[in-house]
Design a protein around this ligand. Structure first.
Ligand SMILES: [Zn+2]
Length: 270
């Protein structure tokens, strides 16, 4: 299993979630979190500009003053889901004590961030996790899911409610949702990462990360150029490495979002 939080300790996960939740609940006890307002209230200035490809976001500290730069060249507009997530990520570098202190002491250079769980750097993962917990606060997220039967629509509704991308929302659902799911991201037929709820029935993909299984909605998008936008039935053996033959035909569902060379599959058992 590709560990999406392999650089986060259990302590990190608990502490960062508690920190981000307390900030979210304090500034926005009801309604969607606006990270720009949180920055304003903490005297962090910000600018949205076109900075070519050098970073998604950046937190700078000069004479004890903090400033956040958001790069619209990479994140479309200021209120896009990715810009919001990046802004939340930069706030993480401010609110996580170690990050802020090392900036204040001039020990670390300004954080040039590429957000969205791409970085292997621990501080970057911590800031990504902070953004996810800040924008999708645990108590409210759980309350929304409570007693709702899982279907793809739930992820869409949550993403709309919190102003987050489908992938960020699905990953949050893996940790605190009320139904086990797996999320698989592939680029150009190659699996880049996958992640699942801790109680998801299967741990291993059919070919590991080496190859996208062909008899899946994502596989057929690449192999047969077939784009299906509805939730489709698949068998366990289509996606997973099956240990016992009686598990081969267990029915699962797959909902695949496909665009250009990207696919994002959500897989779950009913
Ligand atoms: Zn960063």
């Amino acid at each position: 299993m590709q560990e999406k939080s392999e650089f986060l300790s259990e302590r990190d996960v608990i502490d960062i979630n508690a920190l981000a939740s307390s900030i979210a609940d304090y500034y926005f006890p009801h309604g969607q979190i606006d990270p720009i307002v949180i920055a304003d209230k903490n005297n962090i200035t910000s600018s949205f500009g076109n900075y070519s490809d050098s970073f998604d976001g950046l937190l700078e500290c000069e004479d004890n003053d903090f400033h956040i730069f958001i790069n619209l060249d990479r994140l479309q507009q200021a209120y896009s889901e990715r810009a919001r997530f990046t802004f939340g990520h930069e706030l993480g570098h401010y609110f996580i004590d170690d990050h802020r202190n090392s900036l204040l002491k001039g020990l670390s250079p300004s954080h040039c961030s590429f957000t969205g769980f791409k970085s292997k750097n621990r501080a970057e993962r911590q800031a990504d996790y902070f953004a996810s917990c800040l924008l999708m606060p645990e108590t409210s997220f759980r309350k929304y899911c409570f007693q709702k039967k899982f279907q793809y629509r739930i992820i869409q509704e949550l993403a709309k409610k919190y102003g987050t991308s489908i992938s960020a929302t699905a990953l949050r659902f893996c940790s605190i949702g009320n139904h086990p799911i797996m999320v698989v991201y592939a680029y150009d037929k190659k699996i880049k990462w996958y992640w699942s709820s801790s109680d998801f029935r299967f741990r291993w993909l059919k070919y590991g990360k080496d190859k996208l299984p062909e008899d899946t909605v994502a596989g057929e998008y690449f192999e047969l150029n077939r784009k299906i936008t509805t939730t489709e039935p698949v068998f366990a053996m289509d996606w997973f490495n099956i240990k016992y033959s009686h598990q081969a035909e267990l029915p699962f569902k797959e909902h695949c979002l496909a665009r250009d060379k990207h696919t994002l599959s959500l897989i779950w058992e009913e």
